[in-house]
Design a protein around this ligand. Structure first.
Ligand SMILES: CC(C)(COP(=O)(O)OP(=O)(O)OC[C@H]1O[C@@H](n2cnc3c(N)ncnc32)[C@H](O)[C@@H]1OP(=O)(O)O)[C@@H](O)C(=O)NCCC(=O)NCCS
Length: 202
């Protein structure tokens, strides 16, 4: 090799170089465990602090998540985590009771949050599908999504694609970061529950 002509000389100009393959984004789904709740809390609190996609204003505590998890377990309602190949929590989805009143027992409100590094990579749709399947398995009949009318366009699109229909709007019901916020309510009917369960959830 001539002096002054190092390895760089052998490199092709950038436009002729072979494009490096984007690393594949791998994930799997599994039911959430108590051990995941710290990560779930961290993901959720990111949006509490930095966005209006949730109307919570104070970061949630681990105790809050433990109590919610125990309640969902008791009611047989699904909470799913998306994890990376090394089991790092990338996001979660759950449903919780729509109301404490017992006649609402076949309906639930859903929630889906991906960590900021996991958004925009096509994970939201399969995670929501997984949740919907788990809701069918839990004999739920209606899933309701209450979505902020500001800054949640990806969520609205995601729910629409999964078959949710807009059923209502409420203007000015929230106030966060010095401005009024509304909600868009979307609903998905699960027409063919796997079995018919008429027992009361309690
Ligand atoms: C909402 C969320 C679960 C969606 O999952 P995701 O994998 O990031 O979804 P995608 O990036 O594939 O976006 C879904 C769709 O919305 C579109 N979208 C994304 N950002 C958008 C924006 N700012 N405006 C309009 N559309 C947007 C995408 O193009 C995509 O549409 P397509 O399928 O036709 O390409 C995820 O972004 C998230 O966790 N966001 C923060 C928390 C949140 O908003 N949770 C929901 C609370 S109700």
């Amino acid at each position: 090799m001539l002096p002054g002509f190092g390895d760089t000389r052998r490199k092709l100009p950038w436009h002729l170089r072979k494009r490096e393959e984007a690393p594949t984004f791998e994930y799997a789904f599994r039911p959430a465990t108590r051990a995941d709740l710290g990560d779930v809390r961290e993901i959720y609190n990111h949006y509490v602090t930095n966005s209006v996609v949730t109307f919570d204003e104070k970061p949630s505590t681990l105790k809050y998540w433990q109590e919610k998890f125990d309640m969902l377990q008791k009611l047989g309602l699904p909470m799913i985590v998306a994890v990376s190949p090394n089991d790092q929590v990338l996001g979660y989805a759950l449903v919780q009771p729509l109301s404490a009143k017992s006649a609402f027992r076949y309906s639930a409100e859903n929630s889906i949050y991906l960590g900021p590094g996991a958004t925009g990579k096509g994970l939201g749709a399969p995670l929501l599908d997984e949740l919907i399947t788990a809701c069918r398995d839990a004999d739920l009949r209606e899933i309701i999504a209450v979505i902020s009318d500001s800054g949640a366009d990806a969520s609205i699109k995601l729910h629409k694609k999964a078959g949710f229909k807009e059923v209502g709007r409420m203007g000015g019901v929230g106030y966060k970061f010095g401005r009024s916020l509304g909600t868009i309510t979307m609903q998905k009917s699960l027409k063919e529950p796997k079995t018919k369960r008429f027992a009361r959830r309690s």
